[in-house]
Design a protein around this ligand. Structure first.
Ligand code: DX5
Ligand code: ZN
Length: 227
């Protein structure tokens, strides 16, 4: 599987979201990461299903919504209606996780689970057969522009080994502080989907940054390709 770059729009100038989506599509990007924060599960507030529905009109990309909200089950139908393809909830916000994953699938979306840095990855073992994606938070959720916590590489490795052992097909996503310096470490640990915010949008040179990451990915993939 080719590694996915999923831009986190949160880091881009909100007045340019439409243009940034179109520009990213022109650079071959096929996934968009949407950070939904409720001011309760995390201390920050962003946007909701209405705005996601508006963005949907500009793109056929896979929309991947990362719900950093308490009681995410109340929002599942609204995000399905907004045209989200993949919905990720936080393990820490879901005492009845299995039921919520079922609800997401029933609404026609792919279910994912995110783990805060302090949550052990092993506790997901019973849920892995029900998941399309595991999101390893490499920062504490709530803000873009933080430094990645490299200890989280161990969780990525555990998920990679477990995936190999069980032959399950969940995708391993990493989110927070991914940059051109550390991306190779995440790739070799087993990350298959990279959420990237600041390192794409901070300098205002999105195309150049996307291409730099694409080149790093191609160089990495060339080193692991069998002869
Ligand atoms: C953090 C969000 C991330 C983050 C990514 O709560 O889930 O998606 O904003 O942005 P960077 O790459 O700036 O950490
Ligand atoms: Zn995110």
């Amino acid at each position: 599987m080719q590694t996915i770059i999923a831009p986190s729009l949160l880091a881009a100038d909100a007045g340019c979201w439409r243009d940034e989506i179109i520009l990213a599509a022109g650079e071959g990007i096929r996934h968009l990461h949407l950070d939904i924060m409720d001011g309760h599960f995390v201390p920050n507030l962003t946007f909701g299903p209405a705005q996601v529905g508006m963005l949907r009109a500009y793109s056929a990309m896979e929309f991947d919504a990362h719900l950093m909200v308490s009681a995410p089950e109340t929002l599942i139908p609204a995000f399905a209606k907004a045209g989200v393809d993949s919905l990720t909830v936080h393990q820490e916000a879901c005492p009845h996780l299995h039921r919520i994953l079922d609800m997401i699938r029933e609404q026609g979306m792919k279910p994912g689970v995110a783990l805060n840095p302090s949550t052990p990855v092993e506790l997901l073992a019973p849920m892995l057969p029900f998941l399309d994606r595991v999101l390893v938070m490499t920062v504490n959720p709530g803000y873009g522009g933080q430094k990645a916590i490299l200890e989280m590489l161990k969780k990525v490795e555990w998920l990679k080994n477990e995936k190999y052992r069980t032959k399950l097909e969940y995708q391993i996503q990493v989110d927070g502080g991914i940059d051109q310096q550390n991306v190779r470490q995440f790739l070799s640990a087993g990350a298959e989907n990279l959420v990237i915010g600041s390192a794409l949008y901070q300098s205002g040179m999105t195309s150049k940054n996307i291409r730099a990451f694409q080149d790093l990915l191609s160089a990495y993939e060339a080193t692991i390709r069998p002869m």
